[in-house]
Design a protein around this ligand. Structure first.
Ligand SMILES: Nc1ncnc2c1ncn2[C@@H]1O[C@H](COP(=O)(O)OP(=O)(O)OP(=O)(O)O)[C@@H](O)[C@H]1O
Length: 432
């Protein structure tokens, strides 16, 4: 049985155009209806298995937070069913559930009491919340004296002090400094490994890519995409960049890879080739070899100045290298007739570790970068093989020199590390 089973839920809110309308409806006991109903969720169904990690993305007002509130049980749907088999912990709006006049310690204690723990278990857990949040003396100050980042640290530390079966996080990870973000992501990853199901709403595609194994797009209260994060995020990126809302976004499978294509086709990529330096098509290259990525483009609108680009990504969707004619200052100034073809070559030295990579190609309007003329994500895939036995580990063979010398090798201005001392020991934490 799935851990979470949401079937066909709907949720509406109502508003009144004026206080007078509200008054009229109240005084007539609802016989005269003046309210405007807004359907926020329009039949959302969703199942999640233990350990699954689901990222939710969508425009402002799409209904993401409303869906999370329903999963968390702080809001109920107007119709449909929600079945959840486990404890849900959540980080929604900052500070919800905390009292500003209470200290961090008092708020943390209340939050532990709400978990229904044995009273003897609470004091050590509160100490653990203090340690993880790193609030130090502020832990015993009223929460109203906290910065937003400090509130976030307390909220995160308290909500995750005991591993929940389901963790719901709404954008909260974006708050706080980079160091705490890393630390909270590490905790979430450990929870996932231990079987926690994660629901994460974020506008940050990197957070979803790094933390989730599934992503969905919510648009106007409907799930319009549900699948692998890289494919779903490609689709979302195309949505964000289209000029008109009804502009088509096509997603199709090619050699087992999901290709996403969008744009208004005023310029069209009619062919993509990967060639070696002898001009022969190739799909397998050695580390350090140069590949020519050629795009042939057909002009459908003579008034456009094209900016042509590429992005190489690894199999996990990480952006490895991207550039375009604008950044490289190669102006494509010609005025092309309708139907004219031209090509743009990117010769790229593949300083890449062994593995599978894919190339996204794009032509955008140079005057208006966000306007896609033709954009193809994961258009072609190629492999990189090691050139001999690699003398390094990792993503890329950076040019590096190594040397060895007798003596301590201490340079002027460098302090030796005392025996037993750990660099950055204040940041090292057992178990975190
Ligand atoms: N309590 C409420 N009363 C009336 N309308 C509400 C209420 N809560 C949310 N809404 C409306 O519901 C819609 C969806 O809100 P929700 O917060 O779920 O969207 P979201 O996708 O999380 O947006 P964002 O990315 O901006 O956080 C919005 O138009 C919002 O104004």
């Amino acid at each position: 049985m799935p851990l979470i089973s949401i079937r066909n839920i709907t949720k509406k809110y109502h508003t009144f155009a004026s206080d007078w309308d509200r008054f009229v409806e109240a005084i007539t006991n609802g016989r005269i209806r003046r309210r405007h109903e807004h359907w926020i969720l329009k039949g959302v169904s969703l199942e999640a298995e233990p350990g699954e990690s689901i990222g939710i993305i969508g425009y402002n007002g799409a209904g993401k937070s409303t869906l999370l509130k329903i999963v968390l049980g702080v809001s109920t749907p107007d119709s449909g069913t929600v079945a959840i088999d486990g404890r849900v912990a959540g980080l929604l709006e900052l500070g919800v559930g905390f009292h500003p006049e209470f200290t961090g310690r008092e708020n943390a204690t209340i939050s532990c009491q709400l978990l229904g723990l044995d009273p003897a278990e609470i004091p050590p857990l509160v100490e653990e919340i203090k340690r993880f949040s790193e609030l130090e003396d502020y832990f015993d100050e009223p929460m109203r004296t906290y910065s937003t980042g400090m509130q976030m640290r307390l909220a995160f530390s308290a909500s995750t002090a005991v591993r929940p079966e389901i963790l719901v996080v709404d954008e909260a990870l974006a708050v706080g400094d980079a160091y705490f973000q890393h630390k909270s992501m590490a905790r979430i990853r450990r929870f996932r490994e231990a079987g926690t199901t994660l629901f994460l709403v974020s506008h940050d595609p990197t957070a979803i890519k790094n933390l989730c194994d599934r992503a969905l797009i919510l648009e106007e209260g409907v799930v319009i995409r549900d699948g692998r994060p890289d494919e779903v995020l490609d689709y979302y990126q195309a949505m964000v960049n289209r000029r008109k809302k009804d502009e088509e976004i096509r997603q199709f499978s090619n050699d087992g890879v999901v290709v996403t294509r969008s744009g208004d086709a005023r310029m069209e990529i009619s062919a993509i080739q990967i060639l070696d330096m002898d001009g022969k098509p190739g799909r397998v290259f050695k580390t350090g070899e140069t590949a020519r990525i050629r795009q042939t483009i057909t002009c459908n609108d003579p008034g456009v100045r094209p900016n042509v680009g590429i992005m190489i990504r690894d199999r996990l969707g990480n952006h490895i290298y991207g550039t375009n004619t604008h950044l490289k200052k190669v102006a494509i100034d010609d005025r092309f007739e309708v139907g004219t073809r031209f090509h743009v070559d990117f010769d790229v030295e593949l300083r890449l570790g062994a593995g599978s990579y894919n190339v996204s190609v794009a032509v955008v309007d140079d005057a208006l970068h966000s306007s896609h003329l033709d954009w193809i994500d994961q258009a072609v895939v190629f492999q990189v093989m090691p050139d001999g036995v690699p003398d390094y580990a990792g993503l890329t063979p950076l040019p590096a020199r190594l040397s060895y010398g007798r003596g301590p090798g201490i340079e002027t201005g460098t302090e030796p590390v005392a025996a037993g001392e750990q660099l950055g020991a204040d940041r090292v934490e057992a178990g975190d």
